[in-house]
Design a binder for this molecule. Structure first.
Ligand SMILES: [Zn+2]
Length: 480
């Protein structure tokens, strides 16, 4: 008898007790209400006069019965660490989730209200004060929507929409950077069939990763998180979620997620997160002429193309219910690349002599970068970065607060100890571009010292190695 009870106890202890996987999703409107609204994404600050389609925080919440993981992907060019942390503090105190269980990232739409000062665009402080509560509200609603669910993931591919935007400068070609140097060997966006540019200075990553959840009983699509390494596709003068919003709408249509039989249930949320797209855009510079497109047409073309790849991934999903979640977070301190005292003095000299344009902003690149040198002088010598790795079953996800170069994402996909991996850029803060050391040596826009590129030259190696250590630790914990 005792032996039977003992054996029964052993079975209870060792049984996979977590078949109670739950998921919830919610899309929270976070559009600004005061206009003109500052919009960042260019070297000059833009202003939107209204909303074309709403900015959202698209949230996918997962719970395995013990651990939770929340993805909150925000329609923003970039989102500051302060806003992310403030939103997480509200969620922590209201839900009991830990900060490491929450990943907040920006899509990188270039038509969103400014959340972080970069180049000549500063946020409306009233808007940034209101943001943490709006993001927390969206996350808490997704947690309220948790319901028994099945989860799965698969990878599709869309090589047609991604191009490496950095091209080698041809030997002897004249190319000067805004600091007056002609030593740059890489040229970002050289233009169509530029005779001074030779070939792209790096690869692309065509993967369209999809993590999806559906209702355990009715198989209703609850939410889908995709990941694609494409900078953005936009061009809307009003507030817009760009191609990220169009992809979300497209996936809801294709999955028939708004079917009348689901009335009264929480709405499906499709999400496109930004992969490692620091040097990847949607323009094929190899051809002499770009295809003519009406305003907003390219957004639809790309969203449909990527949705095709996402749909074929969805069809390959092996649905699971006993999937385990683990989350991990660390803080890494990195140095800030500042100008020397001589460079700072020279920058001040440039600003004193170069006039502003009629709009009150600098148009001259030398002056724009001189202003950035002055702004960076006020930065601390080192900054803390939040790094995260998570796993959902045998899929790992990394998060880096930068515009990450594609080589870094490709390496993590090769080195992960899990079956597959993807990396979300612009997550949990904003620390500018993350070129590899090799790309720093080539120069080019993404390496030019500014608030859009200020981490130490060794940053990419340090971040990549730390993420690999964290993934290894996660794997060791999973094996136990
Ligand atoms: Zn960018």
């Amino acid at each position: 008898m005792n032996r039977v009870i003992f054996l029964l106890g052993l079975v209870l202890l060792t049984a996979p007790a977590r078949a109670d996987f739950r998921a919830g999703a919610h899309a929270q409107d976070i559009s600004p209400t005061r206009f003109p609204s500052p919009v960042n994404g260019g070297m000059k600050g833009n202003f939107a006069q209204g909303v074309a389609d709403p900015m959202q925080a698209r949230v996918l919440a997962l719970h395995d019965g013990k651990r939770a993981l929340v993805f909150c992907v925000v329609d923003a060019c970039m989102i500051s660490r302060e806003i992310c942390e403030a939103a997480k503090r509200i969620v922590e105190s209201e839900s009991g989730l830990r900060r490491q269980d929450i990943l907040i990232s920006a899509t990188h739409t270039h038509s969103a209200a400014t959340m972080t000062a970069v180049f000549q665009s500063d946020p409306d402080p009233e808007y940034t004060r209101a943001l943490p509560a709006m993001l927390a509200k969206g996350i808490l609603q997704a947690l309220k929507n948790l319901e028994p669910a099945e989860v799965g993931w698969a990878f599709g591919s869309d090589p047609a929409q991604v191009f490496n935007r950095r091209w080698y400068v041809k030997a002897g070609a004249d190319y000067e950077n805004p600091f007056g140097s002609k030593a740059d060997r890489a040229w970002m966006n050289p233009g169509q069939a530029n005779p001074k540019a030779s070939i792209p200075a790096g690869p692309v990553d065509p993967d369209v990763a999809v993590l999806m959840v559906r209702g355990a009983a009715d198989h209703r699509p609850i939410g889908l998180l995709a990941n694609y390494s494409l900078h953005y596709v936009g061009g809307n003068p009003a507030i817009s979620a760009d191609y990220f919003g169009e992809f979300a709408r497209e996936m809801a249509l294709r999955l028939k997620a708004n079917d009348a039989r689901y009335d009264g249930k929480p709405a499906f949320v499709g999400i496109m997160s930004n992969g490692t797209s620091g040097n990847i855009n949607n323009v094929n510079f190899a051809v002499p002429i770009r295809p003519k497109r009406a305003a907003g047409e390219q957004i639809k073309v790309v969203a449909r193309s990527v949705a095709d790849a996402a749909m074929s991934a969805c069809e390959a999903i092996k649905w699971q219910t006993g999937t385990r979640i683990e989350t991990e977070e660390t803080e890494l301190r990195l140095g800030v690349r500042k100008g020397t005292p001589e460079e700072l003095a020279q920058a001040k000299q440039i600003l004193a002599t170069v006039p502003k344009d009629k709009d009150g902003q600098w148009g001259d690149r030398k002056a724009i970068y001189a202003r950035e040198t002055v702004k960076l002088a006020d930065f601390p010598d080192t900054v803390p970065l939040t790094l995260q790795v998570h796993r959902i079953g045998n899929l790992s996800v990394g998060a880096i607060p930068c515009e990450v170069f594609v080589e870094i994402g490709l390496r993590l996909k090769r080195t992960t100890p899990f079956e597959r991996h993807f990396t979300i850029s612009l997550a949990n803060g904003y620390d500018g571009y993350l070129p590899t050391e090799e790309h720093h040596a080539l120069g080019g826009y993404e390496t030019w010292r500014a608030r859009s590129s200020y981490l130490e030259v060794e940053a990419a190696g340090k971040i990549t190695r730390r993420l690999e250590e964290m993934l290894g630790a996660l794997q060791a914990r999973a094996a136990r």
